[in-house]
Design a protein around this ligand. Structure first.
Ligand SMILES: [Mn+2]
Length: 256
């Protein structure tokens, strides 16, 4: 699953559609659990609950919204302080620091949500306390002329070969040649990433080697996008996409 962003009723819908987490029904959530939606506390407590219940079959990766500076701007800090206390927010913040940044499934599929650095992605998560929009960590050595840029994030969905700075100037987009070379060097089949809203809830790019999954339908109550989750099927872990639309609740209004 990709971003959930405090959309609690849509998270429950995923479990309704795909079954509750269990040893025979494992999950990976690819970051961005909180912020934007109004029920980030409910989302994260539910996810942490399943993590405690099934530690080896329920996996949470850290998104760029699992950080203090994002939580201050996009709602989670305020929500926690309103529903609980400042101390409770400090505890969430501490736990977020422990979440891994990426996960490799069966040595074949790299799941990595946010600030993906395919050219030289290191196998061990790095400590990035100020990780977020505009404060992302530096591109590692090997990224050519982009090394000196602060606040660089890497976003694919770029059909041309090579790398370039995105329109907003805060991220680096990379082409299918970069994806291919990264996968070959690391002996991987493909990448699953999130962090970017897609109309269909997912997108397959770069000859099927770079897949985006986004699980917050009608993002921010206005995008009109579908959400999706992916099943990995068979020994080759081929992606099988499942789409869903936003849950309607509260007398006809979507949650928010
Ligand atoms: Mn996001």
């Amino acid at each position: 699953c990709g971003d959930t962003h405090g959309q609690y009723y849509d998270l429950l819908n995923i479990f309704e559609l795909n079954g509750l987490p269990s040893e025979s029904n494992p999950y990976i959530f690819n970051g961005d659990f909180v912020d934007r939606g109004s029920f980030s506390v409910e989302v994260i407590l539910t996810l942490f609950g399943f993590k405690l219940l099934h530690p080896d079959h329920f996996h949470l990766l850290r998104g760029n919204h699992e950080t203090d500076n994002m939580n201050q701007i996009y709602g989670f800090e305020g929500e926690v302080k309103a529903k609980y206390t400042a101390q409770m927010f400090a505890l969430f913040s501490e736990v977020f620091e422990w979440l891994p940044l990426a996960q490799c499934i069966n040595g074949k599929v790299l799941v990595r949500g946010h600030r993906l650095h395919p050219p030289t992605l290191s196998p061990s998560p790095r400590d990035v306390p100020t990780w977020g929009h505009g404060l992302a960590y530096q591109l590692p050595v090997g990224c050519g002329g982009l090394c000196g840029l602060r606040g660089v994030s890497v976003t694919p969905a770029f059909p041309q070969n090579g790398r370039s700075v995105s329109k907003r100037g805060v991220s680096c987009q990379f082409g299918p040649d970069v994806t291919k070379s990264f996968l070959e060097r690391n002996r991987l089949d493909y990448i699953i990433r999130s962090h970017e809203v897609k109309p269909e809830g997912y997108e397959v790019a770069h000859d099927g080697k770079c897949v985006t999954v986004f699980s917050a339908p009608n993002y921010c109550d206005q995008m009109g996008n579908k959400g999706s989750y992916i099943h990995l099927r068979g020994s080759d872990l081929r992606p099988d996409f499942h789409q869903f639309t936003a849950v309607v609740s509260f007398g006809g209004h979507t949650h928010a």
